[in-house]
Design a protein around this ligand. Structure first.
Ligand code: AMP
Length: 225
């Protein structure tokens, strides 16, 4: 199964991707993770990418696509792949299609996880993490019993730098600016499925699996004479 999981920061796509990996035994390919590793390993491509990443800009396609191509050629992608955080815009989607077509591993389905903007802001700005045991809380949605004290170990909390309200809004603005052309591109190709990203993680996972399995069934039907 070859798929893309699309969603805003805070939409829970990372969590859903991990569950899909277990269910379908295919790897997740996150360009953000690949780039961070290249930077940490000090590879030549990593040092080229570093400055762009530090400025919060997109890394040039020549670097990103070289890395994605190498990743797709690895043995564990034989049964399929899940792209997460990639493609970022319609231009990358077009270039990705070209590359996948040459490799003969085209996309089967693109699943978007849709969450209301105000809900995303609450999810990210409300996130608190225990400094001692790493337990996650949300002051709006999943508060601790006592303010600023971890229920599990009594530790104090910290916030991720990119969960501050101004940064959250900036990240959402960036995502929204690129989202519509990207989604339109996949809708026109007829491979877009949208699920509502509200409810429990397992409820959302059921909807994501229905979208993925539905696309498998329809591609089998299409292949029949
Ligand atoms: P992420 O963890 O996905 O937010 O990515 C972190 C940084 O890596 C981004 O701010 C970009 O600089 C870079 N990056 C990740 N994915 C891509 C991509 N598909 N195209 C270009 N740059 C990317």
């Amino acid at each position: 199964m070859n798929l893309v999981l699309l969603g805003a920061p805070g939409s829970g796509k990372g969590t859903q991707a991990k569950k899909l990996i277990d269910k379908y035994s295919i790897p997740e390919i996150s360009t953000g993770d690949i780039l961070r590793k290249a930077v940490a390993d000090g590879t030549p491509l990593g040092s080229d990418a570093k400055a762009f990443m530090e400025r919060g800009e997109l890394v040039p396609n020549s670097i990103v696509f070289g890395m994605v191509h190498a990743r797709l050629k690895r043995e564990d992608c034989k049964k399929g792949y899940i792209f997460e955080g990639f493609p970022r815009n319609a231009a990358q989607a077009v270039a990705l299609d070209k590359m996948l077509s040459v490799m003969n591993i085209p996309l089967a389905v693109v699943v978007t996880i849709d969450v209301d903007r105000n809900e995303l802001i609450k999810r990210m700005t409300g996130r608190r993490i225990c400094s001692d045991c790493g337990q996650l809380y949300n002051i709006y949605l999943l508060p601790p019993k006592k303010d600023d004290v971890c229920d599990k170990c009594g530790g104090g909390f910290f916030r991720r730098n990119d969960d501050k309200e101004e940064t959250v809004k900036k990240r959402l603005d960036l995502f929204e600016a690129e989202k519509n052309p990207l989604i339109d591109y996949y809708r026109k190709k007829g491979i877009l499925k949208s699920v509502t990203g509200s409810g429990s993680v397992s409820d959302i996972f059921l909807k994501v699996c229905a979208a993925v399995d539905g696309s498998k069934a329809s591609s089998v039907r299409e292949r029949r004479p």
